[in-house]
Write a protein that binds this ligand. Sequence first.
Ligand code: ATP
Ligand code: ZN
Length: 294
Amino acid sequence: MSAILRLAVQSKGRLAQDSLALLQQCGLQVLRTPGALTARARGLPVDLLFVRDDDIAGLVSAGVCDLGIAGENVVREVALEDPKADNLQTIRRLGFSRCALKLAAPKAGDIKTPADLEGKTIATSYPAQLRAWLNAQGLGANIVVLKGAVEIAPALDLADAICDLVSSGATLIANGLSDFATVLQSEALLIGNDTALEPQKADLLARLLRRMDGVIASRATKYIMLNAPRAALDEITALLPGADAPTIMDLAGDKTHVAVHAVCRETIFWDTLEALEARGAKAILVLPIEKMMG
Ligand code: ATP
Ligand code: ZN
């Protein structure tokens, strides 16, 4: 019987789709029967367990699953609250489901800075992280725990301020709230525990991580192609963000220009393209890279 890795992912919600998309990009095909709690992936021997995001860290900590994909906000909360969860380890930061745990208060009120929280009441679904943050700031405040709809707590007079997840900020604005401090910048994490995997599973994990690293690296990485005046070649290659040695090729029937091809490992902004154009670069193409290795 060969080894199979068990990976917990969110069943449905804000993490679910991007988690499965990442696995798919790593070559794991997942056929999920509606309502099923597990699925065997094809491509690599991995079993998926579909659960609520709140349960993922606990399942990994207890060793029920070898791996999990969960929001840092939830992983940290579990790690702070459950003494048994101190064996959790972040294996990779995955770069999706970015959001921030922020403090906010009614725009029209008098809480504008962390110091104004002294003696006040704060509603949150993340009491452990809020408590740790308040302690670090040397502040004393009461915490009211709500599982959801935290943003309406001030309007209901349940709390003076809130500590909640924010991504676009639209929910805060819609509720007349304004944020003034950040407790955590969060993203999805691949987590494991500190128990050594048996050799076959360890090999499997290494393969999965190699693929994941390729996918993560190729997200910001682009392939750029352009034609540059020979005279401006040095200036133009110096502008390419995070590029290894570019490939320079002659152009048929044009002695004054050369073709430049390069892999750029950093984001190419419009400013860069404008600067390239200003130095005489023509026919600039920026292409996504689907997979990368080596
Ligand atoms: P479940 O049913 O699995 O318990 P949930 O309702 O607790 O789901 P979701 O709303 O799906 O959770 O959010 C899952 C994770 O997505 C959050 O813990 C967080 O890491 C991330 N996330 C990204 N943006 C936001 C946002 N604007 N609000 C809340 N969570 C966000
Ligand atoms: Zn949840």
